[in-house]
Design a binder for this molecule. Structure first.
Ligand code: SF4
Length: 208
């Protein structure tokens, strides 16, 4: 896990420091993974949202993407408790962990390729510390590609596509469009499409 002052991405460090001044009560630091390391299922998002995880300190917590993600996880038995959009709401993940491709908030939700590459070491370490991992869900193309590379495979052999499922060593990789407000508002991803992907993961884990 990177320290609070990880210096690797100067552009993201500058943004982090400016928000520490503007909003000293916010988390404003690299956001750690959420959920137990012995989970069999890992969800990989893009990066903390400015007023979501960057504010609350927990992935997908405090913005719209979290509303859809956590309600769907609860429906399929991957979470219990009440999601109340704050890191101390007591929500628990079951056999599931959530992380991000990039751990610091990027301007306009758009990390640069070199920032994605710099943060990949932390994703690779997250994968390595999960001995029971057999299913991963990439939310969007960037999460998909960095997960493939972090797993030691070639990205050209694993094209991203919503609903795709591919074995990647011992792990089955599932793809979904990101559950962002933009994607749901524009109809790129409906809640039902997202449910269908999580249902597939549930089925795989139940059969394992
Ligand atoms: S995005 Fe990752 S590598 Fe870059 S500064 Fe933040 S924690 Fe460090």
């Amino acid at each position: 896990m990177p320290g609070r002052d990880c210096p690797r991405c100067p552009r993201l460090v500058a943004l982090r420091e400016s928000w520490r001044e503007r909003e000293p009560e916010w988390f404003n630091a690299p956001v750690d993974s959420f959920g137990p390391p012995d989970a069999r299922f890992l969800i990989v998002g893009l990066a903390p949202g400015l007023r979501g995880a960057n504010r609350t300190g927990r992935p997908f917590t405090g913005d719209y993407a979290g509303d859809l993600l956590y309600s769907t996880l609860k429906e399929f038995g991957f979470a219990r408790g009440r999601y109340q959009a704050s890191a101390d709401d007591g929500l628990e993940l079951i056999d599931c962990r959530i992380t991000n491709a990039v751990r610091c908030v990027p301007p306009e939700n758009k990390p640069l390729p070199r920032e994605i590459a710099s943060c990949r070491d932390f994703l690779a370490a997250t994968i390595k510390e999960m001995p029971r991992l057999i299913a991963a869900l990439a939310l969007g193309r960037i999460a998909h590609e960095t997960f493939v590379v972090a797993s030691g495979a070639r990205r050209s052999e694993y094209p991203f596509g919503h609903g795709n499922t591919r074995p990647l060593g011992a792990i089955k990789l599932f793809d979904s469009y990101h559950c962002s407000r933009y994607n749901t508002n524009t109809g790129v991803l409906t809640p039902q499409m997202f449910r269908e992907v999580i249902a597939q993961v549930r089925k795989q884990l139940d059969a394992a």
